[in-house]
Design a protein around this ligand. Sequence first.
Ligand SMILES: *Cc1c(COP(=O)(O)O)cnc(C)c1O
Length: 382
Amino acid sequence: MSDFRTLCVHAGELKDEQYGGATSPIYTSTSYPFTNVKIGQYPRYFNTPNQRGLSNKIASLEGAEAGMIFGSGMAAISTAMLSHLKAGDHVIFQNDLYGGTRNLIKHEFPKYGIEFSFTSGLNAEDFAAEIRKNTQGIYIETPSNPTLKIVDLKEISLIAKKAGIWSMIDNTFASPVNQNPIGFGIDIVIHSATKYLGGHSDICAGAVVGSQSSIDKVFSSAKNFGGSLSDYTVWLLERSIKTLFIRVQAQNNNAQQLAEYLHKQDWISQVYYPGLFNHPDHKIAKTQMKGFGGMLSFDLEPNIDCEKFLLGLNLIKPTMSLAGIESTALSPRLTSHALLSEEERQAQGITDQMVRFSCGIEAIDDIKFDILQSIKKQFHAN
Ligand SMILES: *Cc1c(COP(=O)(O)O)cnc(C)c1O
């Protein structure tokens, strides 16, 4: 069993020994016989049968030795980082980061005496330039949110290896269907499972995968931080991942078609999608991504009101989250990146007219129609 599609369905599944049913049974117990003196079986120790099964499933999808699942993407991110850092250490972050991650760094790290820098750009030299004596690691996110910039995985892993430090990636936007960073030498891969892994906008969870030794390190802090995921949700997430490949494949196709369509419209000034031949990082994306993902962004021409455009959509939901089987859209300036200053947004290339779009699995013609009818409403109103 090694084909990705088969792993999505079967990896990590638990056998129903009692009744022979087709799906993994759910074990909700918080109390197990005390057989191992070192570490008993307990949900907060991340080792219940369902937790282990799902961790193995996600690890196998990323080609990793081991994995852990968490109560949210941020629990996964904070635990992965803090388990690998202590007071006096320094970490390098790419400048465009998920808003929650940026808040974690800016608000929590100073309290613990952890130093950090954000890179000035996304080229390998920009990362190498930030290395200091006390630098412990590099943390990246590619494609980035919401401008879909690409960071070269191989170059980052080489820089990290040369400096003897770790590399971590938030692989949420790509999903394991489109990008497996471990094969490019990245040490630790993190997912907000709330997004593509869950895929139906009804689960909040996170995952961290890597070598056994790095996961052991994450675990040693995780049991103290306590960010474990309930077995009910574990079970639902395992069920969701069975369709991960076909969902993301459909989202890739829709996003590519939508990007090409929008690129030709005169009410759009720019489309950001790594699958477009004119995307500045298209070449790098092609070398490290199997598909270009279901996320894209676009800038509306200045004569179109961004907020009205979002409110004028009928089928597409103007909501915060992303990666569900239903298409959603938002304005980064008004929502996901509202906490950033004007300058910070500018530095990341986030414009006031930008719409971030998460492609669902609806018919592409229905998605295009909905966007167009909302645009037309504004011209009629004017
Ligand atoms: C949503 C998201 C997160 C945070 O995940 P939660 O499950 O909301 O905690 C982290 N990184 C990226 C790229 C995300 O989209």
